[in-house]
Design a protein around this ligand. Structure first.
Ligand code: CAA
Length: 258
């Protein structure tokens, strides 16, 4: 696929996807989301890639779904075309880790896209919000559900009901962003973090991601059982033998990713 609204590049074993629709502050048009779906699938399928970073511009990660496109939908079109479900959720489906590197606005669908990623590194100028209420609708790409899980009911309710934005410091304190870095360092820092993850044993990384996500989908006892099963399964990997031997021999491990 030829991309018009984003760039996809590899930096070492990291796929870096940069949303690039500057005239609309990276508003997430259907064309952009088709491209993002394709780019995430390409990174998933590339054996040389161990992790992904999704970022935007210094001014906007993404200012939400494209409001012009949404305005043209009625119920039947939204339902029949499977609006959002059709082409938004690939980052949440990816099995390799995906980091959102957020600078500037991450509003509405932009905040929701960031929350579909595994964690968010925020630049010091980042602003997060779910302003859909101000255009007469509700969040439609997981905002009411994921924001509540990230920051708790009180703050999520306030943000979704008022549309107020949260700055980077508040986002970090509330648990929405894992950490805040200077704007100038954002992409390098996110890629460095993704690189460090990509260099680890891939089965262990993918299983870890699956298990942390399981915590959001199930009861504690079922989650613990799932963790125990995969913990036991790790004892069948070559990387378990290598990782433990390397520790005991005081050397760096040579991961085989199997
Ligand atoms: N959709 C379409 N175009 C958008 C857009 C969006 N979500 N956000 C910004 N743009 C466009 C503007 O229309 C403008 O285009 P023109 O230059 O052609 O007029 C351009 O981007 C620059 O925007 P502004 O002039 O508004 O820039 P600003 O710096 O004054 O304000 C902003 C920035 C506060 C982010 C403001 O643009 C804004 O409020 N944007 C909309 C945010 C929003 O409501 N997002 C939720 C969308 S609905 C959604 O996402 C549903 C869902 O859950 C999936």
């Amino acid at each position: 696929m030829t991309y018009q609204n984003l760039t996809l590049e590899t930096r070492g074993n990291v796929a870096l996807i940069t949303l690039n629709r500057p005239k609309a502050l990276n508003a997430l048009s259907s064309a952009l989301m088709d491209e993002l779906t394709d780019a995430v699938r390409a990174a998933e399928a590339d054996d040389g890639v161990g992790a992904m970073v999704i970022t935007g511009s210094d001014k906007a990660f993404a200012a939400g779904a494209d409001i012009g496109e949404l305005k043209a939908h009625d119920f039947a079109r939204a339902y029949v075309e499977n609006l959002i479900s059709r082409n938004w959720e690939e980052p949440a489906r990816a099995r390799k880790p995906v980091i959102a590197a957020v600078a500037g606005y991450a509003l509405g669908g932009g905040c929701e896209l960031a929350m579909m990623c595994d964690f968010i590194i925020a630049a010091d100028n980042a602003k997060f919000g779910q302003p859909e209420i101000r255009i007469g609708v509700v969040p439609g790409a997981g905002g009411t559900q994921r924001l509540t899980r990230f920051v708790g009911k009180s703050k999520a309710m306030e943000m979704c009901l008022t549309g107020r934005m949260m700055d980077a410091g508040e986002a970090e304190r509330a648990g929405l962003a894992s950490r805040v870095v200077p704007l100038a360092d954002l992409v390098d820092e996110a890629v460095k973090t993704a690189q460090a993850i990509a260099e680890l044993s891939r089965p262990a990384v993918m299983a870890t991601k699956e298990l942390v996500n399981t915590a959001y989908e199930t009861t504690l006892s079922e989650g613990i059982r799932a963790e125990r099963r995969l913990f036991h399964a790790m004892f069948s990997t070559a990387d378990k033998d290598e990782g433990m031997a390397a520790f005991l021999e005081k050397r760096e491990p040579d991961w085989k990713h199997r």
